[in-house]
Design a protein around this ligand. Structure first.
Ligand SMILES: *[C@@H]1O[C@H](CO)[C@@H](O)[C@H](O)[C@H]1NC(C)=O
Ligand SMILES: *[C@@H]1O[C@H](CO)[C@@H](O)[C@H](O)[C@H]1NC(C)=O
Ligand SMILES: *[C@@H]1O[C@H](CO)[C@@H](O)[C@H](O)[C@H]1NC(C)=O
Ligand SMILES: *[C@@H]1O[C@H](CO)[C@@H](O)[C@H](O)[C@H]1NC(C)=O
Ligand SMILES: *[C@@H]1O[C@H](CO)[C@@H](O)[C@H](O)[C@H]1NC(C)=O
Length: 585
């Protein structure tokens, strides 16, 4: 294995730089953004003019699929062009579908080459602003700075509900309060009033009525007192251990202050681009991976109530503002035409969050009618979980205003860049994406390398993974489901278990749909009449499975539950310091 890695890097050194085209690369990847959340995807009640401008001035994809229906594997597939199962970044165990604790030792394997690593070798300055979610490692060995990014400003784990302070607002009645008190002080604030109230009621009951009832009331109060202890412990520990803000390899906020994070991320991104162009005089590769619009939702106070869709809509509109600022900076730097921009989302909306989640959207059928909202949600391989917005802009090169209906994947951007850069894919491991250039209408003068890289082939089959299992397959207009999740009553999601497990209902024969005629997957086709296509799909799955080499599972490696990163102690600390909040920096 070591030898192979060396060969890979050796090959990278052989790239003929003079033949490469190296425009700046700017990637916007949003967290949990729905297919139906943007004006350019048919949402008439949300205001997203800046993001919509990317569709107007570039190419918009109607069938862009993420590599997985959930953050960690989706992002890993995107950055490597390989199905995440090949990287050990998938799990069928619902507890381990993403990295959810900073104490987990696993991460993106180092023998994989991210697009940022290739960009670095080509002379780009590379930066990640926002969310990583591909591991941290006990000694920071899985941080983005160890996977090809020169600079990192953001969160290595994910935004979670407890990173926001809304829960505490509601309970303690405060506003603008951040998680900067000790566990003890939260607990007393939270349960103190309840406890006093119960004592008051119990005393009155004892005096006027019955001593027995008074004891029952006191007992109930005690349950509240200790229940409050657990509750407080869960949010103080979770927010302090997970909600970390890093600069390169150093924690700079613990817990992170979310409120103005989009503003700060935007400023970081603009500064990175400016410095790279004016000081370093290099092309840049910027991966702007928004912490938005995953819950906890957050915006600047002035953006509260900006949209007519509540906090979620406000978050989309603040996102749009940020994209606008960054696009404006490209213009001011006069590098608009030298920058290839990609915009997409890692997976569909987190419908388990109710009104704090996005809209699955409607797709146009082959007859041009709008479908019902797409089925499913984040975490599932129904269309809503994996069909995401996708746009590419490169003024003067990609003809503006085109709509691309071919089946595309976020796995494809890696080979698309290889083709642009004239870099050969590694021979020791399969690449799963295809280059997108042949689908795009390009300006006649746009020079792509003439080398006939083997990544230019057409896509015939796309495998949709939920966890480590191919749960659905797409071939042409047909999609077959081998497994579907079991939803909570009346929903397309599973709030009872946070997110739907992948392997609930097995279908044999599979459920078959014509996605072009029926994007909302409402009318299963007669499988007997379509036995030929089903056997072709089965054969494709078998052939694909034969290419999988077992690798160590990165997500299922267990965390050390008593140790957490702590910005005050140069490394990791025991849980006690998080409770007292002596890690606040
Ligand atoms: C982050 O690391 C890069 C190089 O790896 C360095 O240029 C940059 O100054 C670092 N940033 C900080 C704040 O240390
Ligand atoms: C963001 O908010 C924090 C905490 O309120 C504040 O200290 C900081 O100056 C703000 N940053 C910006 C760029 O507004
Ligand atoms: C627009 O998006 C919001 C937020 O996801 C959603 O609530 C609303 O239904 C969408 N509206 C339309 C017309 O698609
Ligand atoms: C950028 O490209 C567009 C489209 O080809 C062209 O109209 C515009 O003049 C170019 N801008 C610059 C600054 O070269
Ligand atoms: C590209 O060249 C072809 C034929 O040479 C011409 O018909 C077409 O209009 C050109 N397209 C553009 C965008 O310049």
């Amino acid at each position: 294995m070591k030898i192979l890695i060396c060969i890979c890097f050796f090959l990278l050194h052989l790239i003929n730089l003079s033949k490469s085209t190296t425009p700046n690369i700017l990637i916007f990847l949003v967290d949990d953004l729905g297919y139906g959340d943007l004006g350019c995807y048919g949402n008439s009640t949300i205001d997203s003019p800046n993001i919509d401008s990317l569709a107007r001035d570039g190419a918009r994809y109607t069938q862009m699929y993420s590599a997985a229906p959930i953050c960690t594997p989706s992002r890993a597939g995107f950055l490597t062009g390989r199905y995440p199962v090949r990287l050990g970044l998938t799990s069928n165990d619902n507890r381990f579908r993403t990295f959810n604790s900073p104490g987990q030792p696993g991460g993106l394997p180092h023998d994989e080459t991210t697009m940022a690593e290739i960009a670095q070798k080509l002379g780009y300055r590379t930066g990640l602003v926002g969310k990583w979610h591909l591991g941290l490692g006990r000694n920071g060995e899985h941080l983005p700075t160890r996977h090809g990014f020169d600079t990192f400003f953001g969160m290595p784990v994910t935004n979670v509900q407890t990173c926001g302070n809304k829960k505490i607002y509601n309970l303690i009645g405060g506003h603008g309060e951040v998680l900067d008190r000790s566990f003890l002080s939260y607990w007393i604030t939270l349960t103190g009033k309840i406890w006093l109230t119960f004592i008051g009621i119990a005393f009155t009951t004892w005096y006027f009525y019955s001593r027995k009832l008074a004891f029952i009331i006191l007992f109930a109060g005690a349950i509240g007192f200790f229940g409050g202890m657990w509750y407080t412990l869960s949010f103080t520990l979770l927010s302090r251990s997970s909600c970390l803000l890093y600069r390169n390899e150093t924690i700079i906020e613990q817990p992170v202050h979310l409120e103005n994070l989009t503003l700060r991320n935007t400023n970081e991104a603009i500064e990175f681009m400016k410095d790279t162009v004016t000081i370093h005089k290099k092309p840049f590769f910027l991966y702007m991976a928004y912490i938005k619009v995953h819950t906890a939702l957050f915006t600047l106070p002035e953006n509260v109530g900006r949209s007519r869709h509540g906090a979620y809509g406000d978050n989309i509109e603040e996102l749009d503002w940020s994209v606008g600022q960054i696009l404006q900076a490209l213009k001011s730097l006069n590098i608009e035409n030298d920058t290839l921009v990609l915009f997409s989302s890692d997976n569909g909306p987190f419908l388990e969050r109710g009104i704090e989640a996005g809209f699955c959207g409607r797709a146009r059928t082959i007859e041009g009618k709008l479908s019902e909202p797409l089925r499913g949600a984040k975490g599932q391989t129904w269309e809503c979980g994996i069909r995401v917005p996708g746009m590419l802009r490169w003024p003067g090169h990609i003809i503006s205003g085109q709509i691309i209906e071919s089946i595309s994947s976020l796995l494809d951007f890696y080979p698309t860049l290889l083709k642009l850069w004239n870099v050969s894919p590694f021979i020791d491991r399969p690449l799963d994406g295809i280059s997108l250039w042949s689908q795009l209408k390009l300006n006649n003068e746009t020079l792509l390398s003439s080398s006939s890289l083997s990544i230019e082939k057409e896509r015939d089959t796309l495998f949709h993974y939920c966890g480590s299992t191919v749960t659905a397959v797409r071939q042409g207009k047909y999609k077959a489901h081998y497994w579907t999740p079991k939803w909570d009553e009346g929903l397309h999601a599973c709030p009872s278990v946070t997110i739907c497990p992948c392997l609930s209902n097995q279908h044999s024969p599979p459920l078959l749909f014509d996605i072009e005629a029926d994007p909302a997957e409402e009318s299963p086709l007669d499988t007997q009449k379509h036995s030929k296509i089903l056997s072709l799909m089965d054969a494709a799955v078998q052939e694909h499975k034969a290419t999988l080499i077992p690798v160590p599972n990165q997500l299922e490696k267990l965390a050390l539950p008593w140790l957490f990163p702590c910005c005050k102690t140069q490394g990791w600390t025991r849980v006690f310091r998080l409770i007292t909040n002596s890690c606040q920096c």
